[in-house]
Write a protein of this length. Structure first.
Ligand SMILES: Nc1ncnc2c1ncn2[C@@H]1O[C@H](COP(=O)(O)OP(=O)(O)O)[C@@H](O)[C@H]1O
Ligand SMILES: [Mg+2]
Lengths: 81, 753, 238, 81
């Protein structure tokens, strides 16, 4: 059976986010005055076979840590459905 | 497919009588599959049905031409066994719909045209046109298009070395993105789409087929209509990474002699590649639709045939070599499937679900209609008269106007554009973007075993793209001519010799007789300039229907672009060490005017900015004189007499001087010019455009001992050289009328865009 | 100049595109013996090479994060072993990004602060002349080289920066023509104007500018050549 | 009061995802054999003042449609917390 892992990758708080800053300034100049801050991250969906793997969660964790994110600047969270 | 659409005038881009012709040829009404194929192949985009009769009149042979129009790109002899392959193509409509992906896939498409020929792409250029600089959508289009071009070219590792960016309100509703690529090959290593042999395996390589761009080919041939929004779901997404792999895999397979014939899948994807390859080779094909790698589940046969998914190629290979071919594509991680066979009978037999699905006669599909559409000289031209300058009072402050001109978005530096392109990769860019023409050397060593290395390191080539739609609107013949001439001037000004050209002809609907008249005139202009300058047309592209139905209140109207011929030109130089650049070099150098100044302000930016009216007839061009002038300049450069040379283009002599002073990358220079204008108005001297003249500088050479040799050259060609001033630091002065600070001009010039 | 006995390995990933340029410059301009190593080549180690270059380009399309996918390639395990063994490794542009993602160098590249790809000439000041990459560079010289990248905005935590400073691991900084390290001369927002760093033992270096594109006069600068000259000198004197 | 809008932006199903394709091939060759497909999208966090806006959800919707996503090729979903 196939399951899906949904992975959110976000920049750590102390890391500067030039993209987010750029979006923020666009939003402000477009009149969205309620907006206070913007942070841009990644959202990754992985289709996985439940098949042989001991734990999908562990595998997704491993992938997120070793490939998808850079632990120096990013954090991730995983949801399996 | 909804047959009730039929009476509405057009069906899938086909006119009613075209539909009837198809029914007649088939002996019955076409089914969905056939209709899809015919509508793609008979579209303006694939069939050139409205433009063919004119394009056939262009000079395509002679000089260094090895292969003219007809293949994926044209080929020119570069000496020492080397060949250069180039072409320009439009991607206007997709870029208007989705500017990032549209421009990116445009660049990807033109590069495929080049490497299918067996050439490694070594440089890209582009010609971009956006709506007026102040239009609210323009910044969005500019930024996305430039990002898209950079995204694709940079990732491919092909330097983008030049181009042009023009803003004009005639493009508010139809932006233009024309992309040019040149590649280098060995003369005996050129691959064609016309060489497949009976019994060859037909091979599909590259990305899987998805729903991208379905009906793209027919879409490109239809006027934009605000209501046809549903066509917007067919955006093609570019994947330059995959194309880089495809490039390496194709070149490797070619080097290993595993390919007999090859054609990229561009507009109308599998349809045009299979029919064209079979037709040009005078063979037929079996195409097994079950073999096509699909990205989207459940695609129908007609969808597979019309998909414009990017990064795919069709190859014919000897049956015994298929496994070797597959091994190459496997190494690069790409699909490579046996998708059929070349057969003798000139038909394409489609298999689907393991059964024969359809058989289509190749001649019938390929030989679509050809039109000599009605032409009519446009009414507006009646009002376009030579400028009566004495009806216009000279503005009090010409300094202000001069500043306005050099900081006009169409003149100002495009640095923020081209610094987003990697122009140094390849270690071949000798003169980068920002000056008249890009100059490249042959860095040669493209393959590990030096196989492709040229024997000659000192030669170089020059590239340039140009078009002037305002002039083409005011006088289509002159506009066509001028685009060619300006390219040649830019190349000559660096010391190069123009060799061949490609064109991209962007127009509104050919069904409008006035547009068709403009088209005919533009082609005539290109033709006469190309013949005189001996620069044959080796490839090109026509983009019609650059118009959009608009609604304003309850009025509807059609927003049409000006006729926009864009020329891309290649030039050669034997000794790249002799190249000069257009900017001033040293304080104290002498400034000369080479050529003649007529002083016609018709159609100029000056008329537009000073009086709000540019609708006058531009000056004529004397092609005979032009050839002598350019030959003369080239001789002077070759002798090493000149330090800089700049042509007099948009913005006139003032702009040529100002740009020469401020574009020196190391310092800010200026000039003092004192010139007897012989009773002419000063504004005619300063601002008249596209004069048959160059601003050149020299050290003491020209007045010193070498002066007599220079004089001989001038006499030989019958060209006048007059000293007009001197290079200075920091100030710009002309006849005590213009008095400006270089620093301020420089700042403006580099910060507008 | 005969350096034919000096063997360089150039690692090629899918999407590498400065591989030919490095190859050509090493072989033709510096007369060394450079050859390609395809990332999937079945080799045990890199011992036969005097130095290894990870060239620039768009390995794996720069998709996800520049350098991230190439860093996971098995050949990078060989590069790690080679480097830990004291081998000389030079990463240029994307090669630098790959070294960061592999962990051979510390820190990370963020998107340029302009959010744009930047192609232009920059000036560099050398901070440590005592490395295999800089030993032939003239003191007090300012080097002119082109950059061409989208993600060259170097970022590291305070601890890493301290460490780099202590071990003189900051090799190049962006500066102006006169050698002043200013905000204006920083082309991408890089922390402390950092353009190139090395590991603690100074045998692995990454830099964003392209020395291979500035090793010949006709291309407007020969300054990048000093990096290759240094490596060759270092190897010869070893 | 400040609230956060969490916005996921994903490519429409029929649209090619070059990033996802490249990640997939690397994951496979790194031995993550259970992985069948990967799609890469964006994850954006916006801090918003509840202040004057009639409905934060509406504003986030508007921003997502007009600024953050490209409706021709992307879809989005919003959560407010
Ligand atoms: N879209 C572009 N891409 C790359 N280079 C460009 C682009 N637009 C302009 N340039 C460069 O800027 C310089 C000036 O362009 P342009 O004003 O059209 O020059 P000219 O009048 O000499 O043809 C040229 O070197 C050109 O290559
Ligand atoms: Mg021009």
């Amino acid at each position: 059976m196939t399951k899906k892992a949904f992975i959110k990758i976000t920049l750590k708080e102390e890391v500067l986010d030039p993209q987010g800053k750029a979006v923020l300034s666009v939003l402000k100049s477009s009149g969205y005055n309620n907006v206070k801050d913007v942070r841009v991250g990644k959202y990754i969906e992985i289709d996985m076979d439940e098949g042989k793997s001991a734990s999908l969660k562990d595998e997704a964790e491993d992938i997120s840590e070793k490939v998808l994110s850079n632990p120096l600047i990013e954090e991730f969270s995983i949801e399996i459905k | 497919m909804n047959k009730t659409e039929k009476p509405s005038g057009k069906l899938f881009g086909l006119a009613i009588d075209e539909y009837e012709k198809i029914s007649e040829l088939l002996g019955r009404e076409p089914d969905d599959f056939e209709l899809g194929i015919f509508s793609a192949m008979w579209s303006e985009h694939c069939s050139y049905k409205s433009s063919k009769v004119y394009l056939e009149t262009l000079p395509t042979k002679g000089g260094k031409v090895l292969i003219g129009p007809g293949e994926n790109a044209g080929v020119v002899d570069f000496g020492d066994g080397d060949a250069l392959v180039f072409k320009m193509e439009s991607h206007n409509h997709p870029s208007f719909i989705e500017p990032f992906q549209g421009s990116a896939t445009g660049v990807g498409g033109i590069m495929r045209d080049i490497f299918t020929m067996g050439a490694r792409p070594v440089a890209n250029l582009n010609s971009l046109r956006f709506g007026s600089f102040s239009h609210h959508r323009t910044p969005y289009y500019l930024s996305e298009v430039v990002k898209g071009i950079g995204f694709y070219g940079n990732c491919m590792g092909v330097p983008t070395v030049g181009g042009e960016v023009v803003f004009d309100e005639c493009y508010n509703d139809n932006i233009l993105v024309n992309a040019f690529t040149i590649g280098i090959a060995k003369k005996d290593g050129i691959f064609l789409s016309s060489e497949c042999e009976i019994g060859n395996t037909v091979v599909y390589v590259g990305s899987a087929t998805g729903m991208d761009g379905i009906h793209g080919a027919t879409m490109a041939s239809e006027e934009f209509d605000l209501k046809k929004n549903k066509k917007r779901s067919t955006v093609q997404v570019g994947d330059p990474f995959t194309e880089k792999l495809l490039l390496e895999a194709c070149l490797e397979a070619m080097k290993k002699k595993l390919i007999v014939s090859i054609q990229d899948m561009g507009a109308a994807g599998l349809t045009s590649s299979s029919f064209e390859m079979a037709d040009k080779s005078e063979k037929g094909m079996i195409i097994d639709l079950d073999a096509i790698p699909l990205r989207t589940f459940g695609m129908t046969p007609v969808e597979m045939m019309l998909s414009e998914s990017q990064e795919r190629m069709l190859i014919a290979c000897e049956r015994e070599k298929f496994e070797l071919l597959k091994a190459v594509f496997d190494k690069w991680g790409l699909n490579c499937v046996n998708a059929g066979e070349v057969i003798k009978e000139k038909v394409i037999k489609f298999y689907y679900k393991s059964k024969i699905y359809k058989t289509l006669d190749i001649d019938t599909v390929v030989n679509g209609p050809e039109y000599k559409r009605p032409v009519k000289k446009p009414d507006y031209l009646k009002e376009i008269m030579p400028v009566k300058i004495n009806n216009y009072k000279i503005p009090e402050n010409l300094n202000d106007i001069a500043v306005k001109i050099v900081t006009h978005p169409n003149i100002a530096s495009k640095r923020t554009v081209f610094t987003q392109y990697d122009y140094t990769i390849g270690t071949a860019t000798v003169v980068p973007p920002g000056f008249s023409a890009a100059v490249l050397r042959v860095s040669g060593n493209y393959e590990e075993e030096n196989k492709n290395k040229s024997k000659n390191d000192s030669k170089g080539f020059l590239l340039n793209v140009n078009g002037n739609s305002k002039y083409a609107y005011l006088d289509p013949f002159t506009g066509g001519m001028l685009a060619v001439v300006e390219c040649a001037r830019n190349i000559t000004a660096c010391g190069g010799s123009p060799a061949a050209l490609t064109d991209c002809l962007n127009f509104a609907s050919p069904e409008d007789p006035e547009i068709m008249w403009q088209f005919a005139e533009v082609v005539k202009g290109i033709k006469s300039a190309a013949i005189n300058l001996n620069t044959p047309v080796i490839s090109g592209n026509v983009s019609f229907y650059n118009e959009t139905a608009k609604k304003e209140g309850d009025k509807t109207y059609v927003s049409k672009i000006y006729p926009t011929p864009v020329i891309g030109m290649l030039g050669f130089i034997k000794d790249i060490g002799k190249i000069i650049t257009p900017y001033f070099k040293e304080e104290g150098d002498e400034i000369y005017l080479l050529g003649e100044v007529k002083g016609n302000l018709g159609g100029s930016l000056y008329m537009d900015l000073a009086y709000g009216n540019f609708r006058q007839k531009p000056a004529d061009l004397d092609l005979d004189y032009e050839v002598r002038l350019q030959n003369c300049l080239r001789s002077l450069i070759d002798k090493g007499f000149l330090k800089s040379a700049a042509d007099v283009s948009e913005g006139g002599i003032f702009t040529a001087l100002a740009e020469s002073a401020i574009t020196n990358p190391e310092k800010t220079l200026g000039f003092v010019v004192d010139y007897d204008i012989k009773g002419r108005r000063i504004d005619e001297f300063l601002f008249s455009e596209f004069e048959q003249a160059f601003i050149v500088t020299a050290g003491k050479e020209l007045s010193g001992s070498q002066g007599s040799i220079a004089a001989e050259i001038l006499t030989e060609y019958g060209i006048k050289l007059e000293k007009i001033g001197m290079v200075k630091k920091d100030i710009m002065k002309i006849n005590s009328i213009i008095n400006l600070k270089s620093g301020k001009i420089k700042k403006g010039y580099y910060s507008v865009i | 100049m005969n350096n034919k006995n000096i063997k360089a390995g150039i690692i090629v990933f899918p999407g590498s595109n400065c591989d030919f340029d490095v190859y050509r410059v090493l072989n033709e301009v510096f007369d060394a013996s450079a050859s390609f190593i395809w990332h999937k080549d079945k080799i045990k180690d890199l011992k036969k090479y005097d130095f290894v270059v990870i060239p620039g380009g768009f390995s794996y399309g720069d998709y996800l994060r520049s350098g991230a996918l190439a860093a996971r390639s098995p050949v990078m395990e060989l590069v790690k072993d080679y480097a830990l063994d004291g081998g000389i490794v030079l990463g240029i542009c994307n090669g630098f990004q790959i070294l960061l993602e592999t962990g051979l160098l510390e820190g990370v590249m963020l998107t340029n602060n302009s959010l744009k790809f930047e192609c232009k000439d920059v000036y560099l000041k050398t901070l440590n002349f005592d490395t295999p990459f800089t030993c032939a560079i003239k003191r007090d010289s300012v080097l002119k080289m082109p950059i061409a990248h989208h993600d060259g905005n170097y970022f590291a935590t305070g601890g890493i920066i301290n460490d780099l400073n202590k071990k003189v691991g900051v090799i190049f900084k962006y500066c102006d023509k006169e050698g002043n390290i200013t905000d204006k001369s920083n082309p991408n927002g890089s922390m402390h104007n950092i353009a190139g760093i090395s590991n603690k033992t100074n045998n692995v270096m990454g830099l964003m500018p392209h020395p291979e594109r500035s090793s010949e006069k006709i291309l407007g600068s020969e300054d990048g050549g000093y990096i290759f000259r240094s490596i060759i000198k270092y190897i010869k004197e070893k």
